[in-house]
Design a protein around this ligand. Sequence first.
Ligand code: G3P
Length: 217
Amino acid sequence: MQIFLDTANIEEISKGIAGGCVSGVTTNPTIISRENKSLQQCIGDISALSPDLTVLVEAVSSETKEMVKEARQLSKLAKDIIVKIPMTPHGLAAVRILSGENIRTTVTLVFSCNQAIAASCAGADYVAPFVGRLDDINADGLSLIKSIKKIFVTQNARTKIISASIRTPQSVAELFAAGSDIVTMPGNILQAMYKHPLTDAGLQKFAEDWRKVPKEL
Ligand code: G3P
């Protein structure tokens, strides 16, 4: 079970890493465009924060040959890179080639079981279903994760699930319970995960009571 952050913002990632439970970062062209830096600069800055961080970077080419070339370059940007490849026939052909070169891939923009099956059969290490975007159009993102998990377990597929496009902290637990291997989320959702009013109240009471204990030093 792993928590990733779905951002390229250095402050957000630093805060997340400091919290102790983040082991990776996912990006896409939209996320990179928010930072006013080149892709190379963004990935360099992120991986400089922690050498152990897994970083997902997306290929933007549309043809197989160019995607493969781009993925080879992207895979060298940091120590632990996974290349995101869009869910298209050209993308899956690229995934097949890259899996033969030991370049790890995540097939992204997955919205159905059949897309996840095709990605897995092409050799994808991960699929990234966009849960929130399904919920946005009144579909059921959580059900999709449950179904993909069932298929992957039944078929003994090695492909793992990264649930993405997270809208609420509550959905994180539901997605892990449904079998997500990774959930990637914005920084505000991660911060909300830590919070519980009973934890705050309990801490306050402990602090008050501790002040009543006679101290030897
Ligand atoms: O990782 C995919 C994610 O960035 C998409 O999120 O909020 O744009 O649907 P969102």
